[in-house]
Ligand binder design. Structure first.
Ligand code: 5BU
Length: 481
């Protein structure tokens, strides 16, 4: 299509305030000189059909290659509808909510396994929204290898999508929008420079987006931007506890956390003393210990020093700040006095972190957020997980990472620890879902693998722990290649 068409489109977008300049705080907290909100387009039906036509021409070039079009919810839905109606290509609707409630249909519309679908989106930044939609379609057997977007913010979405085998076509780029508006005399050259600077300093294309598996990548090795040695990670993170943990991982060549879910203190101490040399963390559930005593935690702390590992109490605090503060410091367990790390559920909101932090910060403790779980049907998914990441970002001085099942961020301050790990994958009878150490580290992006029954119920826990240590560490070495 001609440049005049695009110039006209850019002018219109500016005129209807879909493109605004100023100083805008983005969700990420960053300040942006430009803000784009294409939702307003629904108020201009003629423009909307023109946009849809331009998008179709950009991707299509004449012959029909798709059995369906599917808009990324919600802004792109009306645009996808226009394309569907005008080009007479059946539409699919991806449900956004369904996955959190279990059995609801995730894709509406008639389709066959193997059908090809074009994804329609308004703006692409990192590409993760497109990938979420692709993932849902892939789960139903629908193939996707192309996406069309009105505006590419040029912040890495194109290459992230390419990593997943998806070609991104865009009608406009952010640079093109600002340059055109400048040429038309609508904005100052300083705004062009500011925007270009913003794009350069906010690119995410070294990141393969979190957690998202598409059929095009399932068999490929994921390459995470944080594929650095433990030594480098230790240097790039802020919290002293994270530094210590990475340095232990480096020195002892292990990313294995032992989950010592036994109920007698002597059994715990005995296995920890023998397996301690092969782990970087020992994780407890102190409330299952039948003969808990202060002497038990003293011994445990001595073993932590002797074998150089970190103590993690898997308490999963989940109440208001004041209550979790009491639970952390008081009662018979006095967790804050001995556990280097505890974890919290984000469900109560940031107060749960603040409650633990009130005491933990000055003691040099750290906290993990349970952003995802390994158990079948758990509700820690989607927006909940994203909100957990934001919460962590607001408390970087205390939150050192996540309990999760996928790589959630490449911020070096956050360590990803993944439970539900066994040498052979499968489920237990109560909903636990296992992946192998290789899968956890290479595909899910785990920094630390957490293993319980795989070791403590083994006939020979020590040699089995060594096997897990080797499998986990070799997987880490592979990510460095
Ligand atoms: P397992 O025996 O390897 O299945 O034990 C896993 C441990 O990790 C156990 O202590 C759980 O409480 C813990 N865990 C988990 O399995 N999955 C999760 O999502 C979270 C914790 Br959070």
């Amino acid at each position: 299509m001609g440049d005049t068409n695009l110039d006209g489109l850019i002018e219109t977008l500016h005129a209807i305030a879909a493109v605004k300049f100023g100083s805008f705080k983005l969700k990420s907290g960053q300040m942006s000189p430009i803000y784009i909100d294409l939702r307003v387009i629904v108020s201009y039906p003629k423009k909307m059909t023109e946009v849809a036509d331009l998008m179709w021409q950009t991707v299509h070039g004449g012959e029909s290659k798709f059995q369906h079009v599917c808009g990324v919810p919600y802004t792109a839905l009306p645009i996808a509808t226009c394309i569907s109606v005008k080009q007479n290509i059946p539409m699919l609707i991806r449900r956004k909510e369904g996955k959190d409630y279990g059995t609801k249909k995730m894709v509406e519309g008639h389709f066959k396994v193997g059908d090809k679908c074009l994804i329609v989106e308004d703006i692409v930044t990192s590409g993760s929204s497109v990938l979420e939609t692709v993932q849902t379609l892939n789960n139903e057997g629908i193939k996707v290898d192309q996406a069309i977007v009105l505006l590419d913010r040029e912040q890495g979405g194109k290459s992230s999508l390419a990593n997943h085998g998806i070609t991104l076509h865009s009608v406009l780029t952010l640079t093109q929008v600002v340059k055109t508006l400048h040429r038309m005399g609508k904005i100052e050259s300083s705004l062009v420079e500011q925007t270009e600077h913003f794009i350069k300093s906010n690119r995410h294309d070294i990141t393969v987006p979190s957690s998202i598996k598409t059929s095009n990548t399932d068999n490929k090795k994921k390459v995470f931007a944080v594929c650095k040695s433990y030594r480098e990670r230790s240097e790039s993170c802020q919290h002293s506890l994270s530094k210590k943990l990475y340095s232990i991982m480096e020195t002892k060549s292990t990313n294995l956390a032992l989950s010592v879910d036994l109920t007698k203190s002597n059994d715990i101490l005995q296995i920890v003393d023998t397996v301690g040399p092969f782990v970087c963390i020992v994780k407890t559930h102190v409330d299952i210990v039948e003969d808990f005593s202060q002497s038990f935690v003293n011994h445990l702390s001595d073993l932590a020093k002797k074998h150089n590992f970190i103590l993690f109490e898997d308490r999963k605090f989940a109440d208001i700040g004041n209550t979790v503060n009491c639970q952390y410091n008081n009662g018979i367990f006095k967790i804050s006095s001995w556990a280097d790390i505890v974890n919290v559920h984000p469900v109560p909101g940031e107060g749960v972190i603040a409650g633990i932090k009130q005491t933990g910060l000055s003691l040099g403790r750290g906290c993990l957020l349970v952003a995802e779980m390994s158990s079948k049907g758990n509700l820690a998914t989607g927006d909940y997980t994203k909100a957990a990441v934001k919460m962590a970002e607001n408390h970087k001085d205390f939150v050192i990472g996540f309990i999760c099942q996928s790589r959630l961020t490449d911020d070096p301050n956050f360590i990803h620890m993944t439970p539900g790990v066994k040498l052979s994958s499968g489920d237990d009878a109560l909903g636990q879902q296992y992946s192998t150490p290789e899968d956890a580290v290479i595909n899910k992006g785990a920094d630390v693998i957490i293993v319980g029954r795989g070791i403590i119920q083994a006939t020979d826990p020590v040699s089995t722990a060594k096997q897990y240590q080797q499998a986990g560490y070799n997987a880490y070495l592979q990510t460095l290649k």
